[in-house]
Design a protein around this ligand. Structure first.
Ligand SMILES: Nc1ncnc2c1ncn2[C@@H]1O[C@H](COP(=O)(O)OP(=O)(O)OP(=O)(O)O)[C@@H](O)[C@H]1O
Length: 318
């Protein structure tokens, strides 16, 4: 378990992390989401004792990181893939980490096997691809068999096979009862991986909610209907008490009525349909709305941003 209480970090005038209070629980994957510059990496660095909070507190299973004996056996982290000496082999890098944390050498072979690097274990890390570097970073995180794992943007720059591998790994670690905390700026990625979401913007907590609740609140589902007899279709729907609104490109959008029912109503009046398709609003859109006002640097598209919805307060569960 990771517990944050009023965690704050200031760099001069800049408040990078602003009074964050939340708990990361075991047995599930918790996604840590926020736009670029939201404060995710700074928060993770404070959890690991690499940065000192200006105010507030963070505990790992009840203890501060600096007071943990052999910390790799409590918490393993992937912060960035570049923490390896380029002239050192994967095996020697892990061996050096193991020896300084009281971890037996056999664990080095086990984790190399777990991440699929056994065949290149004696090669120098400077020849590693981005994906191999990420795997080595994950091997280091797993080395002490810790109950808590933390990954900062682990899928950045990876190919689909690598992304799938990391996603499966995180889920299996959570299924073993471990605490898994993973940051990302992509909602679509988190939707496939996380059971719980913590969303921040400009250092502040915007949401602390289960993924299921996030999806339920934000998946506007509707049916898109396209017909060359638009007016006749509107009449047929209207008589059955079904409301339709204008969609893009002359389509109609119907909320709250299944596609089958709409098809039957159209057929009853002999109305031809060219499209009848159930749709789901994307979670990426919902995430962008939630964080819209807290994005540091907007691209100037000329289009106004969607209105901020008042979700933050009601979603906080403390
Ligand atoms: N050492 C530092 N000195 C000054 N400002 C900093 C420092 N580290 C981070 N910041 C600022 O604090 C804010 C939060 O940065 P942080 O890297 O934690 O965000 P992030 O959510 O991890 O973003 P990204 O997804 O881009 O990595 C940013 O505005 C950043 O510029």
């Amino acid at each position: 378990m990771i517990e944050l209480e009023g965690l704050t970090k200031r760099y001069g005038e800049k408040v990078a992390v602003d009074n964050l209070t939340f708990t990361v629980r075991p047995g599930i994957v918790t996604g840590f989401l926020g736009p670029n510059g939201a404060g995710k990496s700074t928060t993770m660095r404070m959890i690991l004792g690499l940065d000192h909070p200006t105010a507030g507190d963070v505990r790992i299973d009840g203890t501060h990181y600096d007071r943990l004996q052999d910390p790799l056996t409590y918490i393993g982290a992937l912060l960035e893939a570049k923490g390896v000496h380029p002239g050192r082999s994967a095996y020697n890098h892990l061996l050096w980490l193991a020896q300084s944390n009281g971890i037996p050498e056999r664990r080095v072979r086990e984790v190399l096997d777990r991440v699929g690097l056994t065949a290149v274990a004696r090669k120098k890390a400077k020849g590693f691809s981005l994906g191999m570097g990420q795997r080595l970073g994950i091997a280091a995180a797993l080395l002490g068999d810790p109950r808590i794992l933390m990954f900062d943007e682990p899928v950045n720059g990876l190919d689909p096979e690598g992304i799938h591998w990391i996603r499966t790994l995180m889920k299996s670690l959570a299924e073993q009862g471990r605490t898994v905390f993973v940051s990302s700026h992509l909602m679509s990625e988190m939707a496939l991986t996380a059971d719980h979401l913590v969303v921040i913007g400009q250092g502040r907590l915007l949401a602390d909610t289960s993924m299921a609740e996030f999806i339920e609140r934000n998946s506007r589902s509707y049916v898109r209907v396209r017909s060359p007899q638009r007016e006749a279709l509107l009449d047929a729907l209207h008589r059955a008490g079904v409301t339709a609104v204008d969609g893009a490109d002359g389509t109609l959008e119907v909320d709250g009525t299944p596609a089958e029912k709409i098809g039957e109503l159209a057929a009853r009046d002999g109305v031809v349909l060219h499209e009848l398709s159930p749709q789901q609003a994307s979670l990426e859109e919902a995430f962008m709305q939630l964080t819209a006002e807290s994005v540091e640097y907007h691209a100037h598209t000329g289009a106004p941003l969607p209105p901020q919805q008042q979700w933050g307060e009601s979603w906080r569960k403390g």
